[in-house]
Design a protein around this ligand. Structure first.
Ligand code: ADP
Length: 298
């Protein structure tokens, strides 16, 4: 199974070009769509979820031409939006049951089985009688996955699902997603590099509506091998270093700036070579400072 996106573009009425000729091939498993805020991730997710039309381009899930036959795609799609809107004061069990009716599971017995299985899978069975409005962020996200799984979708889209979760909730959510991702296509859109590093075998980095990298996280890190350096400096030196070197990130380490830069043979300049991390890949790619071979040439 494969989702094939070709030459997708979208300009909003206000003139913002949110998608600029996006092409991606997304295989079975977890796929990470990584980009900073405003990169175009939600626009792409909503387009794949058939919630908004692109200006041009095509989307195929195997033989399904999604833009020609939206219903066919919707039948095999599960979507966890970034904003779920208002959580109603109904129990998790009742809302899931209602959503199963909407998805076409009209047989009561079958529906009861489905709802029970989903509540168990997302670890919400014990709290099924509670109103969703009382759920924690992590529980709401797991409920979001439960509703996305109704009807055994082949493709699931989760938009920024871990923002706002505490570390324990995030871990539970990761485990749930990685179980689901074994048999179907799961597209995870996120600005959090850890989400992709922990979960995704394949990924793309997008910024300003364009795909800057597509491939395996390991391959991207490998491309940068030997070219990432770090060094702690004084705060007052920051501007000077930023001018002189291809600085890709600046963090504070015990109050002092720790720089990561891309370059060759910087050992003599007081830098230490480091193993490239996915964060290095991300920052260098979105700033256009990655090794040329990491960048996708359109
Ligand atoms: P991301 O999900 O990566 O944060 P979005 O797809 O939400 O990015 O947004 C991409 C760009 O399109 C941003 O500049 C955003 O302000 C703009 N945008 C998103 N939705 C709309 C809309 N409905 N109308 C106009 N501009 C929009």
């Amino acid at each position: 199974m494969e989702l094939t996106i070709k030459n997708l573009s979208k300009t909003y009425p206000n003139g913002v070009k949110a998608l600029d000729n996006v092409s991606l091939t997304i295989p079975q498993g977890m796929f990470g769509l990584l980009g900073p805020n405003g990169a175009g991730k939600s626009s792409l997710m909503r387009t794949i979820a058939m919630l908004q039309a692109p200006d041009s381009g095509s989307i195929h899930l195997d033989a399904i031409d999604a833009l020609e036959d939206k219903m066919a795609l919707r039948r095999v799609l599960g979507y966890l939006p970034q904003e779920f809107g208002v959580y109603p004061r109904v129990s998790a069990e009742d809302l899931l049951d209602h959503m199963a009716v909407v998805k076409g599971i009209v047989n009561r017995g079958e529906r009861r089985e489905t709802v029970k299985a989903l509540l168990e899978q997302t670890n919400l069975y014990d709290v099924r009688k509670r109103s969703i409005s009382t759920f924690s962020g992590g529980m709401k996200q797991r409920f979001g996955i439960a509703q996305a799984l109704i009807g055994n979708p082949l493709l699931i889209i989760v938009d920024e699902p871990t923002a706002g979760l505490d570390p324990g909730e995030r871990n539970r959510f990761y485990n749930l997603l990685s179980e689901i991702g074994e048999n179907i296509i799961v597209i995870l859109s996120t600005h959090i590099v850890d989400d992709v590093r922990e979960l995704c075998r394949n990924m793309a980095i997008i910024n300003e509506g364009r795909v800057l990298f597509a491939g395996q996280p390991q391959a991207a890190m490998h491309e940068l091998k030997g070219r990432v350096w770090e060094r702690t400096i004084e705060k007052a030196e920051l501007a000077e270093y930023q001018q002189e070197y291809a600085v890709i990130s600046t963090k504070l380490l015990a109050g002092q700036p720790l720089l990561h830069v891309v370059g060759d043979d910087l050992g003599t300049a007081g830098f230490q070579a480091v193993e490239p991390s996915l964060e290095d890949v991300f920052f260098s790619t979105i700033q256009g400072k990655a090794a040329q071979s990491v960048l996708v040439h359109a």
